[in-house]
Design a protein around this ligand. Structure first.
Ligand SMILES: Cc1ncc(COP(=O)(O)O)c(C=O)c1O
Length: 450
């Protein structure tokens, strides 16, 4: 194992290197001072200015290079500066960036058709983000649940939402109402009324909470922010059956796990039945903001002009890039790459788990992987960054890996080499300082999932 003192012996340019002095003094950068003074303090960020990327690597203003295994939180599925994406952006920027939704543009229809082919859904609405797609789906579920004899403006009998414990669906008021994590929801109470949380993968609890007053149930097919927890087939099937029985909508939040991330077009495609609504965003337009609600003809038939809309959603530039993104996934056979690289990653991580006893569990599919630790993950994330590797930690104890779909076998090996150094160094530092790190208590919500 490599001790903390050996950090100094590493060349600044070698794999797993420690950052140079210039990077460490980036805190005096005027842009960082301005950010500190003028931005709302919504994020804790390291004192580094990222400037550009190339493939699976990102560079900072000090010229330091990072292997990007976070991918802009599942957005940069094609890495950075993919030549076909750059070409389409250049072409469309010179044509029309925005036209408004009062007119057709050249790309919304073809993109909707392609997404329909991937998902099996019939109709599409384009939003700007994942959270807006969630809010739109909440509206569709309420609309679908309202009976013809229930006057607009009254509380429809079928108005409740179910969601799962440990869920994350976004930051707008609708989305936080179905997000269970209290720190995201409680400071803003009262939120949209009518949401209730079901214990994760707990069929009995689902049955107890489902009745004719439910208009929709939101499921992340694989929970992302919650720590990479897949919904079980038994739970999915029961949710599908209960939704059908009670005339509610089964709504799959595939914003993080969809569009190829698990090695299938959509994570739910491993199950025998389909949802009524599929929500996507993150990688859809290769880094430009674009989300979408995909749904069935039955749900769409309740919508009429003026009921929902957006100024920016579905603009020609974003839709042209999204269409290109989907074609690249097909042309470059990226689903195969996701499955193969994901398997290599999990195998390598499995070997590391047998060496480092503080690795509790490795979860996930394709290129959506959670490494659950028995100690806090934040020091590992900092050490990784010092060594030129971008990862993050979710729910305090789970290191989350969301590398780009274009990652190569050599880059997987590079990751495993750096991560091994990170694990060795950080664990030694932790035990040497005995710093009173908090231990992972395990999450009650997921006890049934293990
Ligand atoms: C599963 C899931 N749903 C919804 C969202 C919200 O998406 P956005 O940040 O684009 O609003 C996220 C974002 O992380 C997500 O992971």
């Amino acid at each position: 194992m490599m001790g903390a003192s050996s950090k100094k012996k590493l060349s600044p340019r070698s794999v797993g290197r420690v950052k140079s002095e210039s990077a460490k003094t980036a805190g005096s950068d005027a842009r960082l001072l301005e950010a500190e003074q003028f931005l709302l303090p919504t994020y804790k960020r390291p004192a580094v200015v990222m400037t550009h990327g190339r493939g699976a690597y990102v560079f900072d203003s000090a010229g330091e290079k990072y292997l990007d295994f976070l991918g802009g939180i599942a957005v940069n599925a094609l890495g950075h500066a993919h030549p076909r994406v750059v070409k389409v952006i250049r072409r469309e920027a010179g044509r029309a960036i925005h036209l408004s939704n009062l007119f057709h543009n050249a790309y919304q229809g073809p993109l909707a058709r392609k997404l329909s082919g991937w998902s099996g859904m019939d109709r599409v609405f384009f939003s700007n983000s994942g959270t807006e797609a969630i809010d739109g789906a909440m509206k569709l579920a309420r609309l679908h649940g309202r009976k013809p004899d229930e006057a607009a403006g009254t509380v429809a009998k079928k108005h409740r939402f179910l969601a799962l414990e440990n869920s994350f669906h976004g930051r707008t008021f609708g989305a936080i109402s179905v997000t269970s994590t209290e720190k995201y929801r409680l400071p803003f109470a009262p939120v949209v009324p009518g949401a209730e949380f079901v214990r994760f993968n707990d069929v009995a609890d689902l049955e107890a909470k489902f009745d004719d007053t439910v208009c929709g149930i939101f499921l992340e097919t694989v929970q992302g922010e919650g720590g990479i927890y897949p919904v079980s087939e038994e739970f999915w099937n029961r949710a599908r059956a209960l939704a059908t029985q009670h005339g509610a909508l089964l709504i799959a939040d595939e914003i993080q796990c969809g569009l190829g991330r698990t090695g299938r077009y959509f994570a739910y495609q491993k199950f025998p039945s389909r949802p009524d609504i599929v929500l996507i965003a993150k990688p859809l337009a290769a880094g430009l903001p674009l989300g979408a609600i995909l749904t069935t003809e039955a749900v769409a038939s309740r919508v009429s002009p003026g009921m929902h809309g957006t100024t920016f959603g579905g603009g020609p530039l974003a839709c042209a890039v999204a269409l290109e993104f989907l074609k690249i996934v097909e042309d470059e056979k990226l689903l195969e790459n996701i499955r193969a690289r994901g398997a290599e990653l999990r195998e390598g991580l499995g070997k590391l788990a047998s060496r480092f006893n503080f690795i509790r569990e490795i979860r996930g599919e394709g290129l959506m992987i959670g490494v659950e630790l028995s100690v806090e993950g934040a020091p590992f994330v900092s050490e990784a960054m010092q060594r030129g590797l971008l990862i993050n930690c979710t729910h305090d104890f789970t290191v989350r890996l969301l590398p780009p779909f274009v990652i190569t076998r050599a880059q997987v090996r590079e990751f495993l080499r750096i991560f091994e150094l990170v694990l060795a160094t950080t664990s030694q530092q932790a035990s040497a300082s005995d710093s009173g790190k908090s231990a992972n208590p395990g999450r009650v919500a997921h006890a049934a999932a293990r």
